[in-house]
Write a protein of this length. Structure first.
Length: 278
């Protein structure tokens, strides 16, 4: 049993959603709003299929753009829950000619006991219809959060009987005047769901996008931490250069004294020769 409470749309994708499959009259979704044209002598509206239930449910929305009265004598913006019986419906009408907000429970398209108040574009920006098993309530709000009840009526019998057969119809009509449009928005939601793109800088504890950090490895001259390789027969003196992690190649220095032959001659006077040279 899909309650009308579950119908949510902020119209921000600029595509008429599947829930509005019975829409008619050239409606469109523009600038994050449901736009309904008012063309003289023609009806147009955003309308769901007949699959919803008002009993035990609530539904609210706002009307940010209203049409001009122009030269019309019947210019209306409607927010109605309709039954499967033609002319049986309940909801709101904003009359742009009389500047009245009408709260109506229609049978055969009319409610002799309807309640009308002077329309206030600020305080009546948001409209809500709800049913609690006993009564139906018509409420208004300037912000979608703080509500004022404008009419209460014992629940008509058709509402609990019309389970899964109601439709929401957001429709407009003008009998004459210049073509313009009305807009509906924020059905059962206060969120516009906007995506904001911005730039910023991050710290070590936040995510940030930046240039990659690179580690540079340099070369240097080593002494204590490098190994010098010397020629095998060299005097143990060598110099060399290398990076910190490489071996240095050294060039032998000094004089080679390996395998030296010593020649001993005949002793001369003044020499003292000890054994074994005697």
């Amino acid at each position: 049993m899909p309650l009308l409470t579950a119908l949510v749309d902020n119209f921000n994708d600029n595509v008429i959603g599947a829930n509005w499959g019975d829409s008619y009259g050239g409606v469109s979704e523009v600038g994050g709003q449901a736009r309904v044209p008012l063309v003289a002598g023609a009806y147009a509206g955003y309308q769901t299929g007949r699959a919803w239930t008002l009993a035990g449910a609530s539904i609210y929305l706002k009307t940010p753009v209203l049409p001009a009265a122009s030269t019309g004598t019947d210019v209306g913006v409607h927010f109605m829950v309709t039954s499967s019986v033609a002319g049986t419906a309940i909801g709101f009408k904003i009359n742009r000619v009389t500047s009245k907000l009408r709260m109506q429970s229609n049978v055969d398209y009319f409610d002799a006991a309807a309640v009308e108040i002077t329309y206030d574009a600020v305080n009546h920006l948001w409209l809500r219809l709800r049913e609690d098993g006993t009564n139906v309530y018509w409420d208004t709000s300037p912000n979608g959060s703080t509500w004022t009840n404008r009419r209460t009526l014992a629940t008509p019998a058709w509402i609990p009987a019309a389970v899964d057969t109601c439709a929401l119809d957001l429709f407009c009509y003008r009998d004459a005047g210049v073509t313009d449009f009305a807009a509906y928005d924020n059905v059962n939601t206060l969120s516009d769901g906007a995506v904001v793109t911005a730039t910023g800088s991050g710290t070590m504890t936040t995510a940030a996008t930046g240039a990659a950090a690179r580690t540079a490895t340099g070369t240097g001259t080593g002494a204590l931490d490098t190994a010098a390789t010397a020629a095998a027969s060299a005097v143990y003196q060598a110099t060399g250069s290398g990076s910190l992690d490489t071996d240095a190649t050294a060039t032998a220095g000094g004089t080679d004294h390996n395998d030296v032959d010593v020649q001993l001659g005949k002793p001369r006077s003044g020499w003292v020769v000890s054994a074994p040279w005697r």
